[in-house]
Design a protein around this ligand. Structure first.
Ligand code: ADP
Ligand code: MG
Length: 710
């Protein structure tokens, strides 16, 4: 954007070339950057006390007059220490202010000056009165002319020229070479000089509807709050001014998503014409009835598929909710209509499992199904290109350049959180506006899903098959190992199977984590009458498949593994999950792992074996013990890890949010989203909102182009 706010911060009073280089390190290049460089906390220095009522040990502001100013060189030793001391009086008493080794201050202070001091009050040297060491200070007499005059009576900048003391003071993240005070002065100068050229980007209807403060007032108050703003709301970022800025950011973000989504609906997709012969045949072969949630979601998908818009739908469902069968039915709908269907999974194990599961069903229906993983060669790709394959299941291998489809109608992406936006786009590019179905088992609170997947439609399978009973989760420690072995033995002797998951394949010097290799060995000795299997990422795919098959068929009773079995693996007879070094795993991962049991009608159990009691680990593990609800776990995870890490913003290719916080500002997000989609509906190209349009382009940058091709 080129306007006054884009000008370099270098020309601001007190900046210049060398300071502007330092500011650049903070990400502050332009005036706009400075305006949006928000304080990360605030200090209340507003209550000014009489010297007589100061309390040692507390932090106070005082105002007073300089009686004496003196540079002292203590004679003791060869120390070069210089102390600058002021004696201040406010009529109620005397206070000493001291600075160490800042001889230049002698030039700044003179007797008779009025000033404000702020700092920690201490008993004086040898109990002589009270003193403040290194206080922040500000002269009272130096009137600065404020370029900005607001009409608000309670304006933060009007009639008050102190910015470091005697008010709620902003604290910024600094960098070496710029002090807190200098940075505060710079931000103040930027605001004084430029706040009046900040234009209001929001449509007036929205401002009015939500009773939002103006952008100018908001920027002003987040930096130099009016005295009426509550300190706590500033610190938490929930003041109306912070909320207004968060609204802007989320609104711009959602406008981008709305524009992308709107662009998608303009494309010509495939109108599928399923006659349900394959689908009904499949349903007749299944040993169970679909849940109502599965039926509802399939209905939503079929509607999309029949319409001439390309489908972009996200299916969310907790582990075990039965997403796979819904995806398979959707793939059949495409095949019935004369198209190919592809499913992409994040790991070979998972792709292989999908293949094994669908393989028999598909061949019974007379379809040709192929598996494409990294370890496969040319023949498979020929089958895909010639149309000799109806259904193709694979890993990232599917999006290699050399893989061409004859007629791709639907692309299903399993466990989407493992793939980035780009990979989604590449798979989509294998067809001509194919329908896309994305499945995720990382439950995300609905409102938050809108943010990450805001350009997608959204279905949720919010019901587990009726035969499931909740998994019991126990937290146990090293000294309780014997109890764990007893539980394992009981379970196996009932004919059930056990997973034992380790954090690493092999022991290493750098960690004290238990390893799958050693664990498998030890368990095989202990349970000599049973078969212990071992599976990990370093085995060749064929060996892994072999072990999985043996486990599925019940020939292996104890399967030792690493997290390769984390997603999707399905063996209903496995009823016990033991996770070793559980404190080393993240919440989402633990929930996924636990989801490997509780897939049949038998009571299942998950044991978290924990070494040590670190606080944040305990927090995670207790959440696991308390609930099986993936949504609650996701919320806790979000609270513990924070949105950035939770969403893996960088990987997903979505813009970072600077002001809004997806946990704190969910309500604002909902409003922003609603308004953004309404606005794009009314004015798809934002012809009537030029400033907004430019802001969106700035915010999204090249990403919006990338998403458009997605
Ligand atoms: P996820 O949603 O975690 O991917 P899956 O699709 O792997 O779950 O399904 C988990 C298990 O539940 C599978 O064994 C599947 O066959 C079974 N299943 C799916 N739908 C139903 C249903 N409606 N009733 C009973 N079992 C079902
Ligand atoms: Mg699955």
């Amino acid at each position: 954007m080129s306007d006054a706010l884009s000008s370099s911060v270098q020309y601001i009073k007190g900046v210049g070339p060398s300071k502007s280089r330092l500011l650049a390190r903070l990400g502050i290049h332009s005036v706009r950057d400075a305006l949006y460089y928000l304080p990360y906390r605030y200090e209340d220095r507003s209550s000014v006390r009489k010297i007589a009522s100061l309390i040692p040990g507390e932090v106070h502001s005082i105002t007073g007059k300089v009686l004496k100013s003196e540079l002292i060189t203590p004679r003791a030793g060869r120390s070069k220490l210089k102390i600058f001391e002021l004696i201040i009086s406010d009529g109620s008493g005397l206070l000493s202010a001291k600075w160490f080794n800042q001889a230049y201050l002698k030039k700044i202070f003179r007797p008779g000056q009025e000033l404000i001091l702020y700092g920690m009050v201490k008993p004086g040297y040898r109990n002589a009165g009270l003193e403040i060491i290194n206080p922040e200070y500000e002269m009272l007499e130096e009137e600065e002319d404020n370029a900005y005059q607001t009409t608000q009576s309670d304006s933060p900048m009007q009639g008050s020229n102190h910015i470091h003391t005697g008010r709620i003071v902003p604290i910024y993240r600094c960098t070496e070479g710029i002090s807190q005070k200098q940075l505060r002065n710079i931000i103040y100068s930027v605001i004084s000089a430029h706040i009046s050229s900040v234009q209001e980007p929001l449509p007036p209807e929205i401002i009015k509807k939500y009773n939002l403060p103006s952008l100018q007032d908001s920027l002003l108050n987040v930096h130099f709050p009016a005295s009426s703003v509550l300190l706590e709301s500033l610190i938490k970022g929930t003041s109306i001014y912070h909320q207004r800025l968060a609204f802007d950011e989320l609104f711009i973000f959602q406008l981008g998503l709305a524009a992308i989504k709107n662009g998608e609906t303009l494309k010509n997709g495939i109108s599928f014409t399923p006659d349900y012969t394959l689908i009904n045949k499949l349903l007749n072969k299944l040993p169970f009835k679909l849940t109502r949630a599965q039926e509802r979601v399939f209905g939503e998908i079929i509607n999309d598929m029949k319409s001439h818009f390309p489908m972009n739908r996200l299916i969310q469902g907790d582990v075990g909710s039965g997403k796979t069968i819904v995806a398979f039915m959707s793939m059949l709908a495409a095949v019935e209509s004369g198209y190919q269907a592809a499913l992409m999974a994040p790991t070979e194990i998972l792709a292989e499992q999908h293949y094994l599961n669908m393989h028999r069903l598909a061949e019974d229906l007379g379809l040709k199904i192929h598996l494409l993983t990294g370890s496969m060669k040319g023949k498979e790709t020929e089958n895909i290109a010639s149309g000799n394959a109806d259904i193709i299941i694979g890993t990232h291998a599917l999006i290699q350049e050399r893989v061409l489809f004859k007629k791709l109608g639907i692309a299903v992406i399993d466990e989407q959180h493992r793939f980035g936006v780009r990979q989604r786009a590449l798979l989509r590019g294998k067809g001509t506006n194919p329908d896309v179905l994305i499945m995720t088992a990382t439950p995300i609170p609905r409102t938050l899903a809108m943010t990450l997947y805001g350009d997608l439609d959204y279905s949720i399978i919010d019901e587990l098959p009726p035969d499931r009973s909740p998994i019991i989760t126990k937290l146990l420690y090293e000294h309780q190992k014997n109890r764990i072995y007893d539980i394992m033995e009981t379970e196996i002797s009932k004919g059930r199977q056990v997973y034992v998951v380790y954090p690493v394949i092999e022991e290493s010097e750098n960690t004290d984590m238990r390893s799958a290799l050693k664990g498998a060995e030890a368990l095989q000795k202990m349970f000599a009458a049973f078969k212990v299997g071992l599976i990990h990422g370093r085995l060749r795919p064929e060996s892994r498949e072999e072990v999985m098959r043996e486990f599925k068929q019940g020939n292996i009773q104890i399967l030792v593994s690493t997290t390769v079995i984390e997603v999707g693996v399905d063996v209903p007879n496995a009823t016990l999950m033991l996770i070793i070094n559980a404190e080393r795993f993240g919440l989402a991962q633990l929930h996924q792992l636990r989801g490997r049991v509780g897939r049949g009608s038998e009571q299942s159990c998950c044991i978290l074996l924990c070494y040590g009691r670190a606080e944040d680990a305990m927090r995670r593990l207790n959440v696991m013990v308390e609930t099986n609800d993936g949504f609650r776990i996701a919320e806790e995870d979000l609270n513990i890890r924070g949105p950035g890490e939770f969403f893996g913003t960088r990987q997903s290719g979505l813009p970072d949010l600077k002001i809004a916080n997806l946990v704190r500002d969910v309500k604002i997000l909902e409003k922003a989203r609603k308004e953004a989609f309404l606005l794009i509906e009314k004015d798809p190209d934002l012809k009537g909102h030029a400033l907004l349009k430019r802001t969106i382009e700035d915010f999204w940058g090249k990403r919006i182009e990338m998403l458009k091709t997605a």
